[in-house]
Structures are given as C-alpha cells and as structure tokens.
Design a protein around this ligand. Structure first.
Ligand SMILES: [Zn+2]
Length: 284
C-alpha cells in the first residue's frame, strides 16, 4: 500500500512540475501520474527509475533550443506539450509489460521493457537532436533529401542520438537494478535483477542500444511509408495532423486514418521491445 502512495506522490509532483513548465497538457499530466504510479507500485525503482530517465531527458531535450525547432515542428503532430495520447504512446506499452511482470514474474518482461523504453527514448532523442542537424535529412526509403522535420527523414546526428538514447536506457536499467535500491515487491523486481546479474553492464548497454536502434529505425520507416499524411487546402503543405491554418480540415493524401504519429510510436517501440526480448532469449 505504501508503494502506491509513494508512487502517487512522486509522480504527481513530477507531472505537476512538467505541467507548469508546459511540457505536459492537463490530460498528459493525468496520464503520466497513472503510468508513474503503476510502475512504482508494481515494479519498484528499476521500472520507475528507467521511465524517469526517459521522461526527464526527453523533456529537457524538447525544451532545449525550443524556438529554433518550433518553426519546423508547426507542420507536424508533435508539439512541446505532450498530451495523454503521447504519454500513452510512450509509456503505455511499458506499463503493460510491468503489469504482466507483476502477475507472472519473468526476466523477458524486463528485457522487453528495456527495449521499449530504449526505443521511445532513442526516437525522442533522434527527433530533438536530429532536428537541429544543419544538413537536410534523407528519406529512409528513397535516400533523397527531404525537408527538416519530415517523418521518415534521418540524419547522421539523429542516428547517433538514437544510439546514445538507447545506451542511456540500458545504463539506467543496469544502475537501478544493481545498486541494491530495487525493492523486490512480490518478486516483481527479482526478475529484472536476474537479467542484470546475468548480462552485466555491457550486456544491458547492448540491450538498450539494440532496442533503441531497432525502434528508432522502424519509427522512421513506418513514418515514411505507412503514417497518415494530410494536405492543408489553405497553405498546400503536407502535414501529419488533420487540421491546419485556422483549424481548416485537411485532405488525407495517404495512410490509414488510425496510423497517426502516436500509433507509429507504439508499433515501433513494440518492435524495439521484441528485438531486446529476442536478444535476451538467445543470450540466456
Ligand atoms: Zn495550412
């Protein structure tokens, strides 16, 4: 019971600050409190701490040089302020894995969680750091230069950022399971600690980097090929959102309506999780 309370208080504080700093909308803050409380209560510090490393670094990176990026981002679905959909897209899958682990503890849940969080972290880092790249991105599909901010556009800086973002999640997963902070709650943390004991620091780094790169590359590919795109009838721009220029309804030009940026994020993080889980399955 006390873990639910600690999780609720910590998550509310952090979400409250993020809301005040305009990093989360009201719905985003509520979703973040739910995700944070569940992860703390069901998984303890390893799961909660790894989520926090993602949340804090990606929030700070989004704030960083915000003005310069705002001009590029205005045509796309992402904005500095995350709503419930984006929080669910980034944290929902991880929460389900934690829930699964609390019901049936197994090390594969933790490996998948590292892959999922590495994927969302890598993708956010790639967007925020790659978005500042001076060279124009190239399409992951055609290899041709595309406008900055285009879904499916990749840069060397973005790829390097993905790799580092994945590594950091691996390092966080290692740190939160190896210092003795992890509280074994109903065996939930025991399975995650077992992974760290078996794989060690380098193994966890590899797990994070693999999940991160797999997730980030599939995000780019899905964004370029399957994601829904609209054209604004007023300004003629190709956009990811269905309303533009004074809330005018935009015309869908490709992709299924449900294949939004958030959906692409969820699918690609699932791929990141599957790759990390596959890796540990072969390794263990
Ligand atoms: Zn427009």
């Amino acid at each position: 019971m006390i873990d639910w309370l600690i999780g609720l208080i910590c998550s509310s504080l952090i979400a409250g600050i993020a809301w005040r700093k305009q990093s989360l909308s009201v719905s985003g803050a509520v979703a973040a409190v739910i995700v944070g409380t569940l992860l703390y209560a069901l998984g303890g510090l390893p799961w909660y701490g790894t989520l926090m490393v993602f949340f804090l670094t990606s929030t700070l990176l989004t704030k960083w040089k915000h003005k310069r990026k705002a001009a590029v981002e205005s045509n796309y679905a992402k904005s500095g302020r995350r709503d419930a959909g984006q929080v669910a897209a980034n944290g929902g899958l991880g929460t389900l894995l934690c829930l699964g682990n609390s019901i049936w503890p197994h090390s594969l849940w933790w490996a998948a969680f590292i892959g999922v969080m590495a994927a969302v972290n890598a993708d956010t880092w790639a967007t925020e750091i790659g978005g500042l790249s001076r060279s124009l991105p190239r399409s992951i599909v055609s290899g041709r230069r595309v406008p900055a901010g285009t879904s499916g556009g990749i840069t060397v800086a973005g790829l390097a950022a993905s790799f580092c973002g994945g590594l950091l999640i691996g390092a966080a997963g290692w740190a939160f399971t190896s210092t003795g902070w992890g509280q074994p709650i109903g065996g939930s943390s025991a399975a995650s600690i077992a992974v760290t004991t078996t794989m060690g620091f380098i193994g966890l780094l590899l797990l994070g980097a693999l999940g991160g790169m797999a997730g980030s590359l599939s995000d780019s590919w899905l964004g370029a090929v399957l994601q829904v795109m609209y054209r604004c009838p007023v300004c003629g721009k190709e956009i990811e959102i269905n309303r533009h220029c004074n809330d005018t309804q935009a015309v869908r030009i490709r992709g299924a309506v449900w294949m939004t940026n958030d959906a692409v994020n969820v699918i690609s993080s699932a791929i990141g999780g599957a790759v990390s889980m596959g890796f540990i399955y072969l390794y263990l």
